[in-house]
Ligand binder design. Structure first.
Ligand code: MSP
Length: 564
């Protein structure tokens, strides 16, 4: 069985969950569910980045121990991911950096890299921002040559720290970027990363003296220091990977994990654009290389864009941060998931708008898909007591401009089944073509980066929603309520009802990674409770004589006013 290992950036526990965090989690969840649908054995890892200066300071301010502080925030993240149906592997797929397993792994890596000469200690001096707890370089100077007010008090200090050798691997990394087209998605980010690596100089400071930062992982060979940010956080991807053992044996298969590490690695890392350079695109590949990973074992990066507000960054100081928890409570998890997946192109930025969330839900889910389900089941109940007949009828090979009514803007060519109703052509079979076409392109990986296989969830979704539009178009053209009045049209009415119900079955399969609850709801109403896979999204699954369930509104319209 093919394996799919997916991780997302671990969220900082110095801040509450944010719509950007929710987006990343939903995107990764959709990809994980899509791979499960394909039959892959998925391991989905996510978690929280719990150490660091900001946590230490926030905890101090609240007068609580740092662990207590992060535990409180971690609980909020966990509760939100539950609410949003984020299907990370539980409990093993939760990476919390204060976990003993993680600390042991970070220490083992530091010990090994130190023994092999990748780490050295050096004294450096420079300008240091007390507020931001970092050394400043000339890049941080303003046009007047001074450090701006955002840095607070700036002092000149001299400090000893540990450094990880970075720059000597520059050519190796450039070669990797050039050779591996899959390394960074979208493609334009690969170019950005290459440019950044071209400029790489110097080594990476990986420690902080304990006198300044105590809330971190202590160096195994020097108790006066803790690791600093990335050498701790990035390691989560291996410390929580199933089968990873501290002797770095890729063949190892610890008793608790069914898989060898080597069977699963490398994962797809889903990260935001802000942490590609330098963390995931420079530090991490080089860290892995130093640990002993080959260029082909360096994890590919799916780099998503950001949700903004009217083109501007969301920030606490502007008070415009969107709270995913409140939105999920107000509109439901599925409405939020649908919006986050349909209103952004993976890799690009988008503007968050609550009005758009409501509009998209009402037009795509309530009016189009929900209505289709309701009309189909109501008509089947009314005219056929729910029973479907997969009856044959006349077949034409045809191109008809009139058929465009099914999907405005589309031109249909080729073979499809239709019938003539007193001069009106009813293109029943065209619905089947639209649905089969959507199922076929859904998984596709193509040059323009379309569809699920290329992470373009919004395009896959719109192909699925077009099926609902085509079905609603068929209802308008065929007018089943008229067919039902004439016993001579019985077979045609059966054909229309079958096409609608069968389309809904396939739509439910294709939409299930994004809307798992709605998919289950459609299946329940279709009275079709069989487990399903992507390969079941082929025409003809509902057997002749199948009896549909009773209609219940699946996506009630949202009539409430948006949040203030
Ligand atoms: N802790 C680090 C990651 C360490 S991974 C080894 C971190 N945490 S974060 O909480 O700041 O961000 C977590 C993820 O959320 C990042 O991938 C980041 O890009 C994403 N987002 C934060 N704000 C965002 C938006 N406004 N929009 C979309 N995603 C953004 O970075």
């Amino acid at each position: 069985m093919p394996h799919f290992f997916i991780t997302t950036a671990i969220d900082y526990t110095n801040a509450a969950p944010h719509i950007g965090h929710a987006y990343e989690k939903v995107l990764a969840d959709v990809l994980a569910r899509y791979h499960r649908l394909k039959g892959d054995d998925v391991f989905f890892l996510t978690g929280v980045d719990q150490h660091g200066q900001k946590v230490q300071q926030s905890a101090e301010k609240q007068g609580v121990a740092p662990q207590e502080f992060v535990d409180g925030l971690t609980a909020k993240f966990v509760a939100l991911w539950d609410k949003l149906d984020i299907s990370y592997n539980r409990p093993d797929g939760w990476a919390a950096t204060t976990d003993a397993r993680h600390k042991d792994c970070v220490r083992a890596i530091l010990t090994r890299l130190n023994a092999e000469g990748h780490i050295y200690k050096a004294k450096r001096d420079g300008y240091y921002s007390v507020r931001q707890e970092q050394f400043l370089t000339d890049k941080e100077r303003g046009e007047d040559g001074e450090f701006g007010p955002e840095w607070g008090e700036v002092v000149f200090i001299e400090e000893e720290n540990y450094y990880f050798r970075l720059a000597e691997h520059k050519q190796w990394l450039l070669d990797l970027i050039d050779r591996r087209a899959d390394f960074v998605t979208p493609e334009f980010r690969r170019g950005e990363l290459r440019n950044a690596v071209e400029k790489l100089t110097g080594d990476l400071c990986i420690s902080r003296p304990k006198s300044r930062l105590s809330w971190g992982i202590e160096f195994p060979f020097d108790p006066d220091f803790v690791t600093y940010v990335w050498f701790d956080a990035l390691v989560n991807y291996i410390s929580f990977a199933p089968g990873f053992d501290l002797d770095f044996n890729p063949e190892a298969k610890p008793s608790s994990a069914a898989l060898r590490f080597k069977d699963l690695w490398p994962p797809l890392h889903v990260i935001g654009k802000d942490i590609m350079i330098p963390a995931h695109g420079v530090y991490w590949p080089i860290m892995l290389k130093a640990i002993g990973f080959t260029a082909d074992e360096i994890p590919p990066l799916l780099v998503h864009g950001w949700w903004n507000i009217a083109g501007a960054k969301m920030s606490k100081s502007l008070g415009n941060v969107v709270d995913p928890d409140a939105l999920a409570d107000k509109y439901g998890a599925e409405a939020l998931r649908y919006y986050l997946m349909s209103d952004i192109a993976t890799g690009k930025d988008a503007d968050f708008s609550e009005e758009r969330l409501v509009q998209r839900y009402n037009s795509d889910l309530a009016n189009s898909l929900g209505n289709l389900l309701n009309r189909t089941l109501s008509m089947a109940a009314k005219y056929r007591e729910g029973a479907l007949r997969n009856a044959p009828f006349e077949s034409w090979g045809i191109y008809l401009p009139a058929v465009e009514k099914l999907l405005p803007g589309h031109q249909f060519y080729g073979e499809f089944q239709a019938f003539d109703l007193g001069g009106k052509v009813v293109p029943v079979g065209q619905v089947r073509n639209v649905v089969n076409g959507a199922a076929k392109t859904y998984s596709q990986v193509n040059e323009t980066g379309h569809y699920m296989g290329s992470f373009q969830v919004q395009i896959a979704l719109s192909a699925v929603l077009e099926c609902a539009t085509a079905c609603n178009g068929l209802i308008e053209i065929a007018a089943p309520w008229q067919l039902a009045k004439d016993p001579a049209q019985a077979e045609r009415l059966d054909a229309v009802l079958y096409h609608l119900a069968e389309s809904l079955r396939i739509i439910a399969i294709l939409i299930s990674p994004v809307l798992p609850r709605a998919a289950a709801g459609i299946f329940a109403q279709l009275n079709w409770d069989k487990p399903f896979r992507l390969e079941d999204a082929t025409w003809g699954g509902l057997p002749d004589g199948h009896v549909l369930g009773t209609p219940t509104p699946l996506f009630p319209r949202i009539e409430i006013a948006p949040l203030a």
